[in-house]
Write a protein that binds this ligand. Structure first.
Ligand code: SF4
Length: 375
């Protein structure tokens, strides 16, 4: 059993701020840091503040309630500027691992939310208002201790599942992109270290950014990275501010060699004229680049696009070109969520055929890749 002192050993000593690779300024260059008062008292908070000494610091009562930043429609025009110029630091108060299905067994309590990238289908802004710059939670020791207790209490998984044959899997990147978060602080590094010590559990996160610093984290097979891929032609329009697809493919072998399990996340799959030829090309590229040992451990999740009416309206204010691909009501069915939101998915008859066609293409061009789930 992993004790709390082992957990803390995995987290200590914190690296000096200067050892964390800085984010490229076009992506994240904080001019303003909103912070809760407790942030300055905690080592992780101090590390981050030391990294961005020139940013103006503004104290706020809560990372959720920042006047003029969240829930303010007038920010739509400054969408990407806010993502680049603003950082929020807070303390995660409610620590809970939420049960999940498909991509992981649990969603770990967030070490961050929001994102410096700006994929136009992203659901994060739906939960967090109109501007969603990165918020980092600096009480990482509490988050790690909670996860240790949670995993220890569970014991071993009783039976294998498509999520993982052996381990309980915790998603540590549901509300942010860990590869970018890792350029702001050592939170991701600490969690990768933590899962190395938890005998029954594994971490996972999906990413659209290439951060080579991750290669030095030594995960020893206990973190699964899901590289999120789509044809570059589409990514160029909707995956705003992310790494190009070829770069993402280019790090897969290295991540595996560095000790990560690496899977593929085809999400969202967007239907358009000629999508099959573009995906065929993408699968062929993967087949050429990936080493046999990487292919042997490869799994994929396939998720066709779900769009949302409110998000569509917001996106029209900053990125209407993306909406030409995402918003297609004549091909999409409407479903109202519990929160009253109007979600759109490809019509049932159409989608069943698309899923089948996608799976057949992947099986043909990258036969080693196990399809974990597709919908
Ligand atoms: S990288 Fe992920 S979290 Fe960031 S904007 Fe894109 S979908 Fe959202």
């Amino acid at each position: 059993m992993t004790t709390l002192s082992q957990v803390l050993q995995a987290l200590i000593p914190p690296r000096p701020a200067s050892l964390v690779n800085p984010p490229p300024p076009w992506l994240l260059n904080p001019q303003t840091i909103y912070l809760e008062p407790a942030v300055e008292q905690l080592a992780r908070g101090q590390q981050i503040l030391e990294r961005f000494p020139d940013a103006e610091r503004i104290l706020v009562d809560s990372h959720w309630k920042i006047p003029g930043l969240f829930g303010f429609e007038g920010n739509v025009g400054d969408w990407n500027k806010i993502k680049r110029d603003v950082l929020v630091l807070g303390v995660k108060k409610s620590l809970r691992a939420e049960p999940n299905s498909r991509s992981s067994d649990f969603i770990a309590p967030s070490h961050a939310n929001g994102c410096a990238m700006a994929c136009s289908y992203c659901y994060v802004p739906r939960q967090k208002g109109y501007a969603n710059p990165i918020s980092v939670f600096v009480n990482i020791e509490q988050i790690a201790a909670y996860l240790t207790r949670h995993a220890t209490k569970l014991g071993w998984k009783a039976e294998p599942s498509q999520i993982d044959p052996i381990y309980w899997v915790y998603d540590i990147g549901c509300n942010s992109d860990c590869s970018v978060d890792a350029m702001v602080s050592d939170n991701v590094r600490d969690l990768v270290s933590l899962f190395r010590t938890l005998p029954t559990a594994k971490a996972t996160f999906a990413t659209k950014f290439v951060n080579r610093d991750l290669l030095s984290y030594d995960p020893q097979g206990k973190t699964r990275i899901r590289l999120s891929l789509m044809p570059q032609r589409m990514a160029k329009v909707v995956d705003v501010r992310t790494s190009p697809i070829a770069e993402r493919i280019g790090i897969i072998n290295d991540l595996h060699e560095a000790g990560y399990e690496v899977h593929l996340n085809f999400s969202p799959v967007i239907y358009y004229e000629g999508w099959q030829a573009d995906y065929r090309e993408l699968f062929d590229q993967l087949a050429q680049v990936l080493k046999p040992e990487v292919k042997d451990q490869l799994g994929a999740e396939i998720i066709f696009l779900t769009h949302n009416e409110k998000l569509h309206q917001i996106n029209l204010g900053w990125h209407p070109k993306g909406e030409e691909l995402l918003w297609n009501p004549e091909l999409q069915d409407t479903k109202y969520s519990q929160m009253g939101g109007r979600n759109l998915r490809y019509k049932r008859g159409l989608k069943a055929g698309l899923v089948e066609e996608f799976n057949a293409l992947l099986n043909k061009h990258l036969p080693e890749c196990r399809i974990r789930y597709a919908f």
